[in-house]
Design a protein around this ligand. Sequence first.
Ligand SMILES: Nc1ncnc2c1ncn2[C@@H]1O[C@H](COP(=O)(O)OP(=O)(O)O)[C@@H](O)[C@H]1O
Ligand SMILES: [Mg+2]
Length: 260
Amino acid sequence: MVLSSDYIKNGAKSIFVANVKGGVGKSTLTIMLARALATKMRPEKITVIDTDLQRTTTEFLSASNPEINIEFLPITAAFENTNISLVQQFIKQNMFKTGHVVIIDTPAGTSQRLWNLVGESYCVLIPTSLSNADLAPTESFIRSMDKVKARYQQIYPHLVVCPNRIPFGQKDYSVMAKRLNNHDVVIGPAIRDLASVRHFYNGKTTEMNNQSSNAYEDFSQFGDFIDKFVLKGELDKIYNDESHLAMNIVPFEKKLNSKK
Ligand SMILES: Nc1ncnc2c1ncn2[C@@H]1O[C@H](COP(=O)(O)OP(=O)(O)O)[C@@H](O)[C@H]1O
Ligand SMILES: [Mg+2]
């Protein structure tokens, strides 16, 4: 299955949230992105597929936002083939639904079959902190994704690195930018290290509804970014413009902020 441009323009977009590294914020990003998008589009048009046996995403999202479609299809050793096929079918069926988005949360670890499926998607969000313990495996993950892109000779999936758990006040991403310099990736808006994220996991789901909270600010900015650059096709435009080849990384963080 290679993405045809017609599907991409009109049909549902599949966004995987993935990284070989665990604990980097995949589930958090999936949950908060779905919630942020639900304020911008009809929630019925959003489907979240939770493929992690831990069920974090399913539990929290079904409690906080039951209006969003949630599918639980754990990709474990025992169910790997069956559930990867089901996820694939699900994405295919949704491709024909105009304006839909399918967000797939994935478990940590390596499964070649899963990475092949991720390689067929529209966009991959790759959360990571700036610590070397997270950046090193993230970099090798990106390298292997880049190889898949090269094999298909296409601009998809768009690889978006999402800096997560960034200390308050940190403005310098040059360490990350330097490390990812040779890869064809985009750096999305940063999400800070937020106490309210931890509260959310402790069952205080209302915490995230506080309009004035830092979490609201960061995740709505992140949702705006995904809406504009991924769902509305801004990244397609940039990648289809030959001049983008001059650089590997587009620091959208700066561009987005400077517009405000
Ligand atoms: N921006 C953030 N601020 C504070 N804590 C965070 C943030 N993102 C994730 N966490 C915490 O880090 C832990 C791992 O996050 P999780 O989303 O479960 O990672 P993954 O799905 O990649 O394993 C969770 O306890 C979560 O509360
Ligand atoms: Mg998870």
